[in-house]
Write a protein that binds this ligand. Structure first.
Ligand code: COA
Length: 148
């Protein structure tokens, strides 16, 4: 089987990454993927990883830390390439990216509408922690009418 090559994306990969996130149903009307990618790439404490198979982008994740914990967003493997271990490799790369920066714990969120993906994270060693996740829109103009 071809090897998945994982690295931080470059400028020319941005459109393909945004399209991949869309194919994986991870984009929402209130999250402009191009803006999210640009923001993550604008600082040293976050990055966008891409995974290539024979030159084709098939996996991606946003990884970063806030000076305390690490996190991932937009963890995605192209639907045509799921179930071949690429998601596990992608998460290994995200964890390595954080370890390289001395981050020792990764917290991640799963949308309530996407609970089936919990089994994926379980098989990678992630555990559910009972927490109440709270948020506040600091720019109310970006607040969607409804969200999940
Ligand atoms: C979640 C996702 C990244 C998994 O990628 P993948 O390449 O199919 O996963 P892998 O093949 O590496 O699977 C790794 C392990 O997770 C398990 N797994 C993967 N998807 C699973 C699912 N839906 N239900 C149960 N187990 C699952 C696999 O069986 C495998 O277990 P094993 O190594 O013990 O055999 C991919 O399905 C995806 O992009 N989904 C849509 C986007 C999404 O929901 N992302 C997560 C947002 S929080």
């Amino acid at each position: 089987m071809a090897k998945l090559i994982i690295r931080e994306i470059g400028d020319s990969d941005v459109d393909a990454v945004a399209a991949l996130w869309g194919r994986c149903a991870l984009t929402r009307p209130w999250n402009d993927p191009h803006a999210d990618i640009a923001f993550a790439r604008s600082t040293d404490n976050s990055a966008i990883l891409g995974g290539w198979l024979d030159g084709l982008l098939v996996a991606s994740a946003m990884v970063g830390h806030d000076g305390h914990r690490g996190t991932v967003y937009y963890v995605s493997v192209d639907p045509d390439h799921q179930g071949h271990g690429f998601g596990r490799k992608l998460m290994d790369a995200a964890e390595a990216w954080l370890r390289d920066r001395s981050v020792w714990k990764l917290n991640l969120m799963v949308r309530a509408s996407n609970r089936e993906v919990v089994d994926f994270y379980n098989s990678l060693g992630y555990e559910i922690e009972e927490r109440v996740n709270m948020s506040k829109w600091l720019d109310s103009s970006k607040r969607p009418v409804s969200k999940d």
